[in-house]
Write a protein of this length. Structure first.
Length: 192
């Protein structure tokens, strides 16, 4: 029985490493996807990447769900970052992986009034699986106009406003951010 706690610790570390390694890495091409917005409009990532290229802008994807407490805590700060950076050609999209569109609609209408576009990827069937959001939330992904992932973070960012703004502002066309100099205060994640 002495080995049982060690076995549990080893198993937990293997499971955690699998979750944190799910999805594409910084420097990889962003996996393409197409989903519907909360208003039932089409959203095609490849088109948004082309727009970002033309404007020399960035795309920020926030994978989240209404049942994810860390995601909900980040939402107000994500809204503030959006308001501060939208004029700088940074496009923000919140990608919900909830099972029911109605849950997303209710949450946005009543609790998280947002100005940025909300996308619905029911049960992480499309985008969520490609980005590893079906394994762990919340997740932030920054994509440049060439379709390259420039930054990726899984887990809550407690200092979202200053942390994410600092990271986005360090991303310049043709370079990779020195995100090591940006101190993120990380918190918990929610797994499915």
């Amino acid at each position: 029985m002495k080995f049982f706690p060690i076995f549990c610790l080893l198993l937990a570390s293997l499971l955690f490493s699998e979750v944190s390694d799910a999805g594409p890495k910084v420097g990889d091409k962003a996996p393409p996807f197409a989903v519907k917005t909360l208003a039932y409009n089409d959203f095609v990532l490849a088109e948004k990447i082309q727009e970002a290229k033309e404007k020399k802008g960035l795309i920020v994807l926030d994978f989240w769900a209404t049942w994810c407490a860390p995601c909900k805590r980040e939402f107000p700060a994500f809204q503030k970052v959006y308001k501060d950076l939208a004029a700088k050609n940074v496009s923000f999209y919140a990608v919900s992986i909830d099972a029911k569109r109605q849950d997303v609609w209710q949450y946005i209408k009543n609790d998280a009034k947002t100005d940025f576009e909300v996308l619905v990827d029911q049960n992480a069937f499309n985008a969520g699986k490609k980005y590893g959001a079906d394994k762990s939330l919340p997740q932030i992904v920054v994509i440049d106009g060439e379709g390259v992932i420039r930054y990726r973070h899984t887990g809550e960012i407690k200092n979202m406003e200053e942390g994410l703004k600092a990271i986005i502002e360090k991303v310049k066309p043709g370079t990779f951010p020195e995100s090591k100099s940006v101190k993120l205060q990380t918190g918990e994640t929610a797994s499915q």
